[in-house]
Design a protein around this ligand. Structure first.
Ligand code: SF4
Length: 433
């Protein structure tokens, strides 16, 4: 929209007439970062229009309204009206620039991701859960799904632009379709998407453990292979990436209950073992929060032991920080920052070891990767379907394409490979929107 109105996107830090900060409010640190960024943006570009949008605007509008460096606040629900709101400030902006842009029900579709080889498609917004540490439901509102036809149009558009990998994202991805008519759940959507000839591969972002349905496991187990004409050539790979990120948050039932999480460790462990047994080579990641209120040394030791016992491939570890406006911030037994940091370090060390072992296990095999960029050492830096980062040689022409590599060695969290073959390009989609 902005380009259609005459703006040119420049890298952050270069002189600009308009600076947009898309804020996050998940922690107080994220809030601080936003305030720091807007001040920095105005200092760098005193004449620029500084816009803040995103969740911080929805949660603390008045705090931001009092910051003199900010010219315009745009709540999440009005993001698609950004240009119209800017026109109220800058009347020189042309008025009919969006006429030719493709539209979905909720606003213009995304036509390209200029700095990513992967394309991110939001299929769901909002959350009806009430995890006691989380402010997101206040910022994003109730769970709601993007209409299936709009998802299909958006995915086709990005795949046709050459994005080999589509990542499905949502605040609460597993709830996709709950508010839509029959036949609209996540599993049937994935089926429809892997069936599109132009889609190279499809990845799911974070999904709650209780929302991984038998249908999703079946799809992962064969990777959507039955629907993928490249299946024979890829010798076992399908379009659905062998990668799941399944939040755990704690390996201790008392803490899970205090967090308001709707499962226990027995359920999580059974799910993880079932997944790794049925989906060979699956990469399984998990979020964990260290130092939640009430987490004694003994309870943390149980989390540590539980995580060590599971075949997880990596962790995203968050040091708990009390978020004003959440129930957990008021709970007794707050853990000191030093202890939270020490537990975070322990869990990150476990994660490093698990990831190194997972990467090591790839040696001698083949991976389907998308080369994302050329690294300073001259080799290509790529992402495999099972989320392994791979360094390998290869020409510029394969950047952004699906390529197979032989993995010859592992070095920490990085696999070392040799280019093997470019996989057949996905066929252009002939459906006319
Ligand atoms: S499921 Fe829990 S952690 Fe995730 S967005 Fe909803 S409230 Fe937050």
């Amino acid at each position: 929209m902005l380009e259609a109105a005459g703006y040119i996107v420049v890298p952050w830090g270069q002189p600009a007439a308009l600076c947009i900060v898309n804020s996050c409010t998940v922690t107080t640190k994220a809030d601080r970062d936003t305030r720091r960024l807007v001040r920095f943006a105005k200092r760098l570009n005193p004449d620029a229009v500084v816009v803040v949008t995103g969740c911080y605007v929805d949660v603390a509008r008045q705090v931001l309204a009092d910051i003199p460096e900010i010219d315009l606040l745009v709540p999440n629900r009005d993001k698609h009206r950004l240009l119209e709101l800017l026109r109220a400030i800058d009347t020189s902006l042309p008025t009919d620039t969006c006429r030719d842009l493709p539209y979905g029900v909720y606003g213009p579709l995304i036509t390209r991701f200029s700095t990513h080889t992967r394309a991110f498609v939001k299929i769901q917004e909002g959350c009806d859960s009430r995890c006691t540490y989380c402010i997101i439901p206040s910022a994003r509102g109730p769970a709601r799904s993007v209409f299936r036809d709009d998802v299909l149009r958006q995915v086709r558009l990005l795949a046709d632009q050459g994005h080999s990998e589509i990542v499905l994202i949502g605040t609460h991805l597993g709830r996709y379709g709950a508010d839509l008519d029959a036949d609209g759940d996540l599993t049937s959507l994935i089926h429809a998407l892997v069936d599109l000839p132009s889609v190279g591969r499809l990845r799911l972002s974070s999904i709650e453990p209780q929302e991984i349905t038998p249908g999703i496991v079946e799809l992962l187990a064969d990777g959507g292979r039955a629907l993928d004409p490249r299946a024979e050539m890829l010798a076992g790979y399908g379009k659905l990436c062998r990668h799941l990120h399944v939040p755990l948050q704690s390996g201790c039932d008392e803490i899970l209950r205090a967090m308001g999480r709707p499962y226990d460790t027995a359920f999580y462990a059974a799910l993880v073992w079932d997944l790794v047994t049925r989906v060979p080579g699956l990469c399984l990641g998990a979020d964990v929060i260290a130092g939640f209120p009430g987490e004694t040394d003994e309870l943390f030791a149980r989390t540590e032991a539980f995580i060590r016992s599971l075949p997880l491939s990596y962790l995203h570890v968050f040091s708990y920080s009390p978020r004003p406006g959440t129930l957990a911030a008021e709970l007794p037994g707050q853990v000191s920052p030093e202890v939270r940091k020490a537990r975070t370090r322990t869990l990150r060390a476990i994660s490093d070891a698990k990831l190194a072992a997972f990467v090591e296990a790839q040696v001698g095999g083949q991976l389907e990767v998308v080369p994302e960029r050329r690294a300073p050492d001259g080799r290509l830096y790529s992402l495999a379907d099972n989320y392994v980062r791979v360094s390998h040689d290869g020409p510029e022409a394969i950047l952004g394409k699906l390529v197979c590599v032989e993995v010859t060695a592992a070095c920490g969290n990085l696999a070392w490979g040799e280019s093997w073959a470019e996989t057949e390009s996905p066929a252009p989609d002939e459906t006319d929107d």
